[in-house]
Design a protein around this ligand. Structure first.
Ligand code: TMP
Length: 253
């Protein structure tokens, strides 16, 4: 295969030039980082699981009319995506207090929030991705007012979709982060969900036991991260071909 041009390398993924203009190949690495890369490890199989899980979530979103960058999976570690201009904000939706919100505001982890709360963090590793207000976003030109309205509405639709999906397999969607990008169809600009959706960027708690099935397992040294992600994939019926196959109900005529 011809050598591809690397466009960008992040902590958990690499982007390569795609086969056609306006496309990219997104490669999922096995690297896990936390606390702005202060903590780092390689976790066998994480990239494969996240590639499959992100495909699963993004395909589902596309099918209900929530636009995403996902085009198709290429192989175990790579997917074809639409190239977007990433808005430099991490959009976080919280259903239950946890993580930095609990720490910042002194709200006990696990407290149900009265409604989903949408937050924006500036994507800037040097500053440690600080929380910013909508006023900051507008004043510093990271996005416009219409973009903000569209981002909130996209984020809440993703929240409804993912919460329902997870509830169906006995998992509570505590919070998650998405990234959003711009694409142009001629003069018409619209916002679509980009980056990835995986247990790296969500908090997922088992409804019965409260067991954590997301990257907090790595952040907080709670056990084997690949086992946790495999459990999420198994419950959703999404597993790499070489992995154990779950039996699905078959239709009987
Ligand atoms: P937080 O409680 O640490 O602010 O995280 C909120 C959600 O965002 C949680 O589901 C994990 C996710 N997240 C990322 O995807 N990337 C990050 O860099 C951080 C800090 C959080």
């Amino acid at each position: 295969m011809a050598r591809r041009k690397k466009v960008y390398e992040g902590k958990a993924k690499i982007l390569y030039e795609g086969p056609e203009p306006g496309t990219l190949v997104q490669y999922f690495k096995d690297d896990a980082t936390a606390f702005n890369a202060e903590k780092h490890a390689t976790i066998d199989g994480k990239g494969v699981l996240n590639n499959r899980l992100s495909e699963f979530f993004m395909t589902g979103l596309n099918s209900i009319g929530v636009p995403t960058h996902f085009i198709r999976r290429i192989n175990m570690r790579e997917q074809l995506i639409r190239a977007v201009e990433i808005i430099p904000l991490e959009v976080v939706v919280r259903n239950i207090a946890a993580g930095s919100m609990s720490k910042r505001l002194g709200i006990e982890e696990g407290t149900a929030l009265p409604r989903p709360i949408v937050e924006f963090y500036l994507k800037n590793d040097e500053l440690g991705d600080p929380l910013v207000s909508e006023e900051h976003v507008i004043a510093f030109g990271w996005a416009g007012q219409q973009d903000l309205d569209d981002m909130v509405s996209l984020a809440l639709r993703v929240n409804d979709f993912l919460s329902g999906l997870m509830l169906g397999v006995g998992i509570r969607l505590v919070d998650f982060k998405i990234e959003i990008g711009r694409i142009w169809d001629g003069d018409y600009m619209r916002l679509i969900v980009a980056d990835e959706i995986s247990p790296d960027s969500c908090r997922l708690w088992d409804i019965e036991t409260g067991q954590k099935l997301d990257k907090d397992v790595f952040r907080r040294d709670l056990g084997d991260l690949a086992d946790a992600y495999t459990e999420v994939a198994r419950r959703l019926g999404v597993l790499p071909k070489s992995g154990m196959q779950v039996s699905k109900p078959t239709l009987i005529n």
